[in-house]
Design a protein around this ligand. Structure first.
Ligand code: OGA
Ligand code: MN
Length: 207
């Protein structure tokens, strides 16, 4: 696991880009500034008034619920709310700086809050299938103050569908995980507490 300390923004992006080139994924603690982090927590945590709905698979016409695969609820971020807008801006900076370093041609970013109730899960899946997507780089930011390892809720990352996990990442406050969407099957393990995150995707243009 690559633990990247908070510091200058360019060092932060250099470290992320380096880890992505080397490993295809990275784990950044203190992934966003503190003030933004807590504003995001307010927007999704127990005191939030934001509307959430059951997550499904696919979009629009192909959207369907699949409670064998995932049981979280979600809320897509937009520029209508200051905290959501601030996160979209932060990820926009990151998009531009990653493009400068890695020439990925990342075109935009979309993300949703996800709430996993006690026992909720998202079974092993890929965020993108080769040749069938414009999702290139997956991101997850965790919003769980004082999370304890014994509560579960890890993000397990796999090299392929049949092997043991290469990482079991605890969803601790401020941790940001990035990985190439086509390369890493992953799952959200059930937890004994509510679990909050923002899942997001840098995308290339659709043709
Ligand atoms: C997803 C996802 C991981 C997490 O929403 O596609 O894999 O740890 N989320 O919340
Ligand atoms: Mn996923």
């Amino acid at each position: 696991m690559t633990a990247i300390p908070a510091g200058e923004f360019s060092d932060y992006v250099d470290a992320i880009a380096g880890a992505l080139v080397r490993d295809g994924y990275c784990v950044v603690d203190a992934g966003v500034p503190d003030e933004l982090l807590w504003a995001l927590y307010e927007r999704t945590g127990p005191r939030s008034s934001a509307a959430f709905r059951r997550a499904g698979i696919g979009r629009d016409d192909s959207f369907r619920l699949n409670s064998k695969l995932r049981t979280d609820t979600i809320h897509w971020l937009s520029h209508d709310y200051p905290a959501e807008s601030a996160y979209l801006h932060w990820m926009e900076y990151l998009r531009l700086e990653l493009n400068r370093r890695l020439f990925l041609g990342l075109f935009d970013f979309e993300c949703h809050f996800a709430r996993y109730g006690k026992g909720a899960f998202y079974k092993k899946h890929l965020d993108a299938f080769a040749g069938n997507t414009n999702r290139i780089l997956s991101t997850v930011l965790y919003l769980n103050p004082r999370w304890q390892d014994s509560w579960g809720g890890e993000l397990a990352l796999y090299r392929d569908f049949d092997s043991d996990p290469i990482e079991n990442i605890a969803p601790v406050m401020g941790r940001l995980v990035l990985f190439f969407s086509e390369r890493f099957p992953h799952e959200v393990r059930p937890a004994v507490r509510r679990r909050y995150s923002i899942a997001g995707w840098f995308r290339v243009r659709e043709f």
